[in-house]
Write a protein that binds this ligand. Sequence first.
Ligand SMILES: [Mg+2]
Length: 224
Amino acid sequence: MHARITMGNVTMQTLEASHLRRWMMLCAAAMTQQHEYLTQLDAAIGDADHGTNMMRGFSSIESRLEGLPATARPSEVLLMAGTALMGSVGGASGPLWGVALRRAGKVLEGLEQVSLEAFAGALKLGLEAVTELGAAELGEKTMVDALEPAVRALLEAAARGDDLAEAFAAAHQAAEAGARNTAPMVARKGRASYLGDRAIGHQDPGAVSTVFIFAAFERAWLEA
Ligand SMILES: [Mg+2]
């Protein structure tokens, strides 16, 4: 059942901790299923560890979810997930997602139900944490190229008053388009940047795993 909150005479769909738990489970399943593909992408322009890293990170979240009390709030799910990613994953994308989820979790502290507007705002702060820590900007062939358009799509959906299914579908599509756009880019960050023009033609693995994370988010909502 999708929860709703009523403000004045407006009723809004909201996210709850159960949705975020399901999101993390679906991320873990996707990373396990796709780890070889992600590693292939990373082998082309990096050090061939992205699939293993993301699988290890989200498996660690999955195993810690059981230990989280049933009464845990959305913020607690995100904080736990971020901490698990930061503590279990090498490479860059895992810890960066860890920081993003922790930053988003902090902003949502105390809330039982989260509106689309609040969630989009929290992810925006998560994105800012990623760009600060990774010193990455749009167009540098990184996860930011998928994450930024996805967050923007959520913010725009919130501003339009879209329902959550539309909003998450838009975010997923924006992430996918963003990841595709990394193929013709020259990398400016990480090992891929040493390749110069030879990185052209390959999608950034961190951008592609970001697509899986938003795809899982959409699915988690549809299955609720
Ligand atoms: Mg790597």
